[in-house]
Design a protein around this ligand. Structure first.
Ligand SMILES: C[S@@+](CC[C@H](N)C(=O)[O-])C[C@H]1O[C@@H](n2cnc3c(N)ncnc32)[C@H](O)[C@@H]1O
Length: 271
């Protein structure tokens, strides 16, 4: 784990180094990135493929399939909703990718930390965040780290943890641990805002191939292992297919380390 204030050196100016991300930008084809995923998973490296995939995208001048180029509207909407009183000032973006969800937090005055396991993703994110005003790069704490190996100093230290479409891209072997780790990063009274791809039922989940691997309804409770209780599960655009996008809000109760028992029995997707 290490902190990055600046990306590693590159002779080209940063503005020439990173591909633009717009709806019209070409996408790295699955025939290129899926073999990298398989290679690393087969070798027992569940997080090993992210860096080569990001490096490939930069080398090809293409975006990756999950890159939209804008903050997720459900993050923006959550932050703007007066019902969601800001839980505090320290925010963490987990699996920040190219940093789109960092900007709305900075704009609302959060003290932002961004973690990603890929150094190239962090460098790309620094480029994009810096390009907005040229100022915010230094305002963010950048951490190249595996979520499962963050230092004890980070545990329980964030008032708001934002996770957008990272967990469904993690293989089952680390997924529960990742959700528990995300929960563990939330301070007492703090909130985890998680946006994921869910399956409409456990049976539907079994028929799907990934990545991303849509999360079965029974999986979503793994945040409880991190000591969180569920405040909300929303899926405003369910559609007709076997998957749907889900926004969840979880909270670490103040003074109740075993928060898991507090929301037992409440219905979850399809339960
Ligand atoms: C599907 S991308 C989503 C990126 C971003 N949240 C977005 O919505 O555009 C998942 C991100 O999580 C990062 N990631 C995956 N596993 C991780 C881990 N174990 N620790 C930290 N970051 C991880 C990847 O490098 C990648 O940037």
């Amino acid at each position: 784990m290490r902190w990055l204030r600046r990306p590693r050196s590159d002779r080209r100016p940063r503005s020439e180094r990173f591909p633009a991300i717009t709806a019209a930008s070409p996408v790295v084809p699955g025939s290129v990135w899926r073999p990298l995923v398989a290679e690393h998973l087969d070798a027992g490296r569940p997080s090993g493929w992210w860096e080569p995939v990001y490096a490939t995208a930069v080398a090809q001048g293409r975006r990756l399939p999950w890159q939209e180029g804008t903050a997720h509207p459900w993050v923006v909407g959550w932050l703007e909703d007066p019902v969601h009183a800001p839980p505090g000032s320290r925010a963490l973006v987990v699996g920040c990718g190219v940093g789109d969800d960092i900007m709305p937090l900075l704009e609302r005055g959060y003290d932002v930390t961004a973690i990603d396991v890929s150094e190239t993703a962090i460098a790309w994110s620094q480029h994009r965040v810096g390009a907005r005003t040229g100022r915010e790069v230094a305002a963010v704490r950048w951490l190249v780290a595996d979520l499962l190996e963050v230092s004890a100093a980070e545990v329980g230290s964030f008032d708001l943890v934002v996770e957008v479409h990272t967990v469904p891209w993690l293989p089952g072997v680390v997924r529960d641990a990742a959700m528990a780790a995300i929960g563990g990063l939330v301070a007492p009274g703090g909130v985890a805002l998680a946006i994921t791809e869910g399956a409409t039922s456990d049976a539907a989940r079994g028929a799907l191939e990934g990545p991303p691997w849509a999360q079965a309804p029974s999986e979503l409770t793994a945040y409880r292992a991190g000591g969180l209780v569920r405040l909300a599960v929303e899926h405003p655009s369910p559609g007709d297919g076997p998957t749907l996008e889900v926004r969840m809000t979880w909270q670490r109760p103040r003074g109740a380390p075993d928060g898991a028992s507090l929301d037992e029995g409440l219905p979850l997707l399809g339960q």
